[in-house]
Write a protein that binds this ligand. Structure first.
Ligand SMILES: NC(=O)c1ccc[n+]([C@@H]2O[C@H](COP(=O)([O-])OP(=O)(O)OC[C@H]3O[C@@H](n4cnc5c(N)ncnc54)[C@H](OP(=O)(O)O)[C@@H]3O)[C@@H](O)[C@H]2O)c1
Length: 241
């Protein structure tokens, strides 16, 4: 329970990896500000799971496609407790190649995947009490540092988020550490069955297990304070080939 007494905002925490991250941090003792957009029932279920563990979760609904609403997120939070950390997990991931990209789908990716983490982080930093410390973790993708032709606006938004990780680490030092996890094959998209061909291209030849994600997130939110501006690859070595 090393995060006991600390409050952490997790974006996109109603479903899948965000839910897993929120529950992991709650098990470590953190109170969770559980953000969602459209998955209200799933978000309530996640909060119920956290409550059943003896934890606390505050639900908050915000559409992060509007950067103004993203920046305003802390004004909607129904707890007076100071926020210690933010996990930027919410994102969209659309299979768009060069001919498919439009100004609209490009902008949507930039707003949700890049502008929202920036404006939430800015608001978090402005609200931080004098002398308080904090932590930010960005959910990146191995594609962020090794862009290819698939998921083009997604990849560019995550590459921007990798750059933002470093610039925020400098801008917020020495009070807030800012790091990222570049994920590989963790959970297949809901519209895809697990792709064995994909796994053949992963040097470690398997999907991650979610416990490995838990360990990585706890390392960044509760591990050594002297690490900042770092991007850890949790991708079975996929970025190496
Ligand atoms: N799954 C993987 O193997 C994998 C691999 C590499 C990187 N990642 C990264 O890990 C993170 C989580 O992945 P995932 O597979 O769990 O993602 P996911 O299933 O696609 O979930 C996306 C999350 O983003 C939220 N979201 C989407 N649009 C939003 C909007 N307009 N406003 C607010 N929230 C919005 C959703 O909230 P609602 O459902 O409430 O709308 C949902 O919680 C993402 O950043 C992703 O890029 C995942």
């Amino acid at each position: 329970m090393s995060l006991q007494g600390k409050t952490i905002l997790v974006t996109g925490a109603g479903v899948r990896l965000g839910r897993h991250i929120a529950i992991t941090l709650a098990k470590a003792g953190a109170e969770i500000i559980l953000h969602y957009n459209s998955s209200s029932r799933d978000a309530e279920e996640t909060a119920e799971q956290i409550n059943a563990l003896g934890g606390t979760a505050y639900l908050i609904q915000v559409d992060l496609s509007d950067p103004n609403k993203a920046g305003d997120i802390f004004n909607q939070i129904k707890t007076e407790k100071p926020v210690y950390g933010v996990v930027h997990n919410a994102a969209i991931f659309e299979p768009l190649k060069l001919p498919d990209v439009t100004p609209e789908n490009w902008q949507r990716h930039m707003d949700i995947n890049l502008a929202a983490p920036f404006f939430i982080s800015q608001a978090f930093f402005k609200k931080l009490k004098p002398n308080a410390q904090g932590r930010i973790a960005m959910m990146l993708d191995w594609r962020a540092l090794r862009p290819g032709v698939d998921h083009l606006p997604y990849t560019i938004s995550k590459a921007g988020l990798a750059a933002l990780t470093k610039t925020l680490a400098l801008s917020m030092a020495p009070r807030v550490t800012v790091n990222g996890i570049a994920l590989g094959a963790i959970l297949p998209p809901t519209d895809n069955s697990p792709d064995d061909k994909l796994i053949q291209s992963v040097p470690l030849k398997r999907w991650a297990n979610l416990d490995e994600l838990s360990q990585a997130i706890l390392f960044l939110m509760d591990g050594p304070e002297y690490i900042t501006g770092e991007v850890i690859h949790l991708d079975g070595g996929r970025h190496l080939i």
